[in-house]
Design a protein around this ligand. Sequence first.
Ligand SMILES: NC(=O)c1ccc[n+]([C@@H]2O[C@H](COP(=O)([O-])OP(=O)(O)OC[C@H]3O[C@@H](n4cnc5c(N)ncnc54)[C@H](O)[C@@H]3O)[C@@H](O)[C@H]2O)c1
Length: 246
Amino acid sequence: MRGLKGKRAIVTGGARGIGRAAVERLLEEGARVAVIDQDADACRGLQTALPEILTICADVADKDQLEQAFTEIAEILSGLDVLFNNAGISAPSPFLELSVTQWRRTMAVDLDGVFLCAQAAARRMAQGVIINMGSVSGLLGMPRYADYNAAKAGVIELTRTLALELAPAVRVVCISPGYVLTPMQEAEYTADRMAALNARIPLQRHADPAEIAALVAFLASDEAPFITGSNLVIDGGESAGGTASL
Ligand SMILES: NC(=O)c1ccc[n+]([C@@H]2O[C@H](COP(=O)([O-])OP(=O)(O)OC[C@H]3O[C@@H](n4cnc5c(N)ncnc54)[C@H](O)[C@@H]3O)[C@@H](O)[C@H]2O)c1
């Protein structure tokens, strides 16, 4: 990928799952990578496995923690070129049982966190790229995920507005994966559940986190200089028919 060598990148939620795959891919491409993640144990494990990265334990929903983290990272890396705004949470709940506490926490991490990190990053970028993590859940209705779906729809719209305000110096792009097989899901799925979900996806499988990481690396690189304000769906065709998954 052209233009990633030496780029200074932050990946939020980079200690595991899709974020971790993106960290590994960006490192392979020669970028200098810092991770912000709230899971202290996972951060320690990541730091041991990849000593060349910088890891900071912080909550993306906490403005003060983030301000400190972005200041420290930008100082150590002498600037910032790429933000992968990836940290997110989700938990299923029927709408009539969805608590205000859960609604607010999902919004705080999945939408406020994206806003806070994008602002902290853009203020420190002379030129750069912000890649926000959306989801097909932000495009389609999906029962039992009202909070998550609403937050991800917000991320997609926030991306468009930021792309307009931050151009031409900073490109802002959203990616919207469908089902991605991260270790957490793998542990939760029964074989039957996995087969039922795969049957709804035209490509008949979940994505591997590395496939999402490849899109992130492309968007962050000089191979994608004319892409901004877009929402790129990467879902094996799941949303092509316009129907909701379960
Ligand atoms: N896995 C999927 O099928 C899928 C599909 C579409 C979109 N996504 C989105 O991709 C992103 C990553 O998902 P994943 O499956 O890799 O999840 P994951 O749970 O495996 O990893 C998420 C990481 O984010 C960190 N994190 C969570 N809350 C945080 C907070 N408040 N502050 C800092 N770090 C925090 C966690 O500690 C973890 O390391 C999320 O935004 C998710 O909504 C996932």
